[in-house]
Write a protein that binds this ligand. Structure first.
Ligand SMILES: [Fe+2]
Ligand SMILES: [Fe+2]
Length: 284
């Protein structure tokens, strides 16, 4: 298990990062690793950098170049997720084996999602190397690594913020691809959406399990999330504008936690509108 994860972080090329784990990789036959680096190796043609241009709006997808930009961005989110699940297994090697196997199973799904989007990108005549790649997930790794909440900070960040947010984004872009006539890309978004529901479910269950192991079994999902999520991430980042409450129910999130995320406000929003309640347009 550990050697497989180290390979994903240490190899700079896409083919190694997207090679799926074998049945043996799910077993713990290799010695625990040293602490992993806070950035993965990347060959120059897929190197990450800070900022990137804004994602095209859903209404812009009639333009094939806007579709390609979205597909490249989505593929790279999946690639970062692959690397971050490998990193989490190496960073917290003493987690219960069931949780690490869950991470590895999720990693395998993220590899599949990355390939789905890369195939659609290739159908537009482009590849990941044609695009600027942001380090959006990786720039939060050091905060997770240093968090006193330990692996719970990774579950709250990756599963209950980034992946939960994707429950809203993936159907919006599915519908936009469909409206543009790109049914194959719409189906890719739909498959990712379905499987991300399971990833969010796993994160919520694993966060509760870690809470019980830490003697925090009396805390509800909101309290567990709040004590685990590292600054500057927050529930305001765990959603898009079209809030999909049903997907969250399917993921087994509690009604109280769903409402907490739905009504969450970013610090910027609170500064701009200190008296504002939940946004009515968020209602699904
Ligand atoms: Fe994914
Ligand atoms: Fe995922």
């Amino acid at each position: 298990m550990f050697a497989f994860c180290s390979r994903i972080l240490e190899a700079g090329d896409l083919a190694t990062k997207l090679a799926p784990p074998t049945a043996e990789d799910f077993e713990e036959t290799d010695p625990p690793p040293d602490a992993p680096p806070l950035r993965p190796a990347r060959d120059p043609d897929i190197a990450m950098r800070g900022g990137v241009e804004a994602l095209p709006k859903p209404g812009a997808l009639n333009d094939p170049s806007a579709r390609a930009l979205c597909l490249a961005r989505f593929a790279h989110h999946e690639l970062m997720a692959v690397e971050m699940f490998a990193w989490a297994i190496l960073r917290w090697p003493d987690l219960p084996i069931e949780i690490r196997r869950g991470f590895l199973g999720t990693l395998r799904d993220e590899q599949k999602h990355c390939r789905l989007y890369l195939d659609r990108l290739a159908a537009h005549g482009e590849s990941l190397t044609d695009h600027v790649l942001s380090d959006y997930f990786w720039k939060h790794a050091s905060a997770m690594s240093e968090s006193p909440a330990g692996a719970a900070s990774f579950l709250a960040s990756m599963g209950l913020t980034f992946e939960q947010g994707n429950l809203d984004f993936s159907p919006v872009y599915r519908d936009a691809f469909r409206a543009s006539g790109d049914e194959a890309s719409a189906r890719a978004c739909e498959q990712v959406h379905r499987e991300e529901i399971e990833h969010v479910r796993f994160a919520a269950i694993a966060l509760r399990t870690l809470g019980e192991l830490d003697g925090l079994g009396g805390l509800d999902d909101v309290a567990l999330y709040e004590r685990s999520i590292p600054f500057p991430l927050s529930a305001a980042r765990a959603k898009g504008r079209r809030f999909d409450a049903r997907a969250r129910e399917q993921a087994g999130l509690s009604p109280v936690f769903i409402e907490y995320v739905r009504s969450a406000r970013s610090p910027q929003e609170l500064r701009a509108h200190p008296d504002a309640g939940p946004r009515s347009e968020d209602r699904s």
